[in-house]
Design a protein around this ligand. Sequence first.
Ligand SMILES: *[C@@H]1O[C@H](CO)[C@@H](O)[C@H](O)[C@H]1NC(C)=O
Ligand SMILES: *[C@@H]1O[C@H](CO)[C@@H](O)[C@H](O)[C@H]1NC(C)=O
Length: 457
Amino acid sequence: MTALAVLALAALAPVALPSPIPIPIPIPIPGPHAVSFPVTAATEGHDLGWAQAEAGRTRRRYWSETRKRRRGKGHDSRRVPQPRGVAALKSWGDSYSVRAEIGTPPQQLDLYVDTGSTDLWVIGTCDNSSECGDTPTFDSSASSTYTPTDQLFAMNYIDGGRSTGVWGGDVVRIGGQAVRTYFGISQHTTNWGTAQSGLLGLAARAGSSKRVEPWWEAAAREWDDGQFGLSLGRPGVEGSVTFGGVDVGAYEGGLTYYAHMATEGWEAGWNIATGGVALNGRRLSSAVRMAVLDCGSTGIVGPKAEVDAFYAALGTDIIDLKDGSYVFECTAQLGINASFVFGHFGGTRLATLPEQHFYLRDADMAIVRGSGEEFANTGGYEAMRGLPGTWCLGALSSWESTTEAADAWILGDSFLKNVYSAYRVEPRAVGLAALKDSRGGDGWEGVPSAAVGVSSG
Ligand SMILES: *[C@@H]1O[C@H](CO)[C@@H](O)[C@H](O)[C@H]1NC(C)=O
Ligand SMILES: *[C@@H]1O[C@H](CO)[C@@H](O)[C@H](O)[C@H]1NC(C)=O
């Protein structure tokens, strides 16, 4: 399920809430563009049905996004003062969550972390136990610091799902930093289907000053160092989000900052120029495109011609599933040496940065792995029934057709868990560095099985 649009508050002043007196707030207006949240299985594992649905969600998420691009300018790197807060990330296999404490006394809630959307919201009332029966919810009546508003909160999902409620204000503490902020409190949620109690959006409000100031931007006013850093982690390696700095122990070789691409309609996201995907250090296209760094997406979506070229170059049997997804033969470890390229692109203002590759682990190129029979049974791919060998659903998928977003790359967790990433506020930029700790998640054995039953997306 994908959120189509977020209704946001208009003209809310970007200041901390001073008092519990309800503040007159103008009526909600539609957000400037599609914003969504990920929906994933509530369990640790993936399954094929989930993976297909997720790839579709990632594509649809950007379906109606914009086209025109203007290249950002400049870059630099800098030293980092003491961070303001640090929180552990919990890996759910296909997404990441962080523990938040909301209200007084604090209520503990796990929230999805999403650099691809802006707002913070939590489930307030679960009115359908098969949706969120076991999910902890936020009880505003139990908080002495809660500030109600009469403003409606609503997210609409492309496939008919919906989350509606109200905006409220309270103290939200994450990673040791407490900030009074407004957030959405959902009273009715359709097709949520996860163990998480809500979502922490880490994209910017940029592009619409009429939106509610998100938690992290309010928190950023207390940061000495105007950036947050992410290491997503994987089984055996704990990830973290650092607010007001970066975790200097988590990476090596220094962060290189790439200027934000201030593309119209994509203002909220964290977007930088990329030379696209490369195999064994060789780029597969000379095009320079926008990469959206989105930890709320599991896989990677890219331009069809480049994704086709990537799979054609693998030197193994490929099945184009015709829905944007690809399956490749992976009985043995393939040693796929894929990277994404940033930096020097002739003729641009980024030309002073050298071309730099960030490599992805072999096994991260697969989302699920199984026999042809399993793909047929759980994914409905009858053409794969009886195929010998073992097959992998590729982490790279392509836009299904020519869409407005079809020339952008969405770099989700399959990419981001291979790097340390830093998100700088002013001037906006994304820093990337090689991870220091490369333990965990090695080998095809770690790729989730395609044999798990299909879940409806
Ligand atoms: C409750 O949620 C389930 C699972 O999403 C759905 O099938 C069902 O229609 C929902 N019931 C109501 C009353 O909304
Ligand atoms: C991947 O390719 C690059 C460029 O050829 C090379 O330097 C690097 O060692 C390769 N990595 C692996 C794991 O093979």
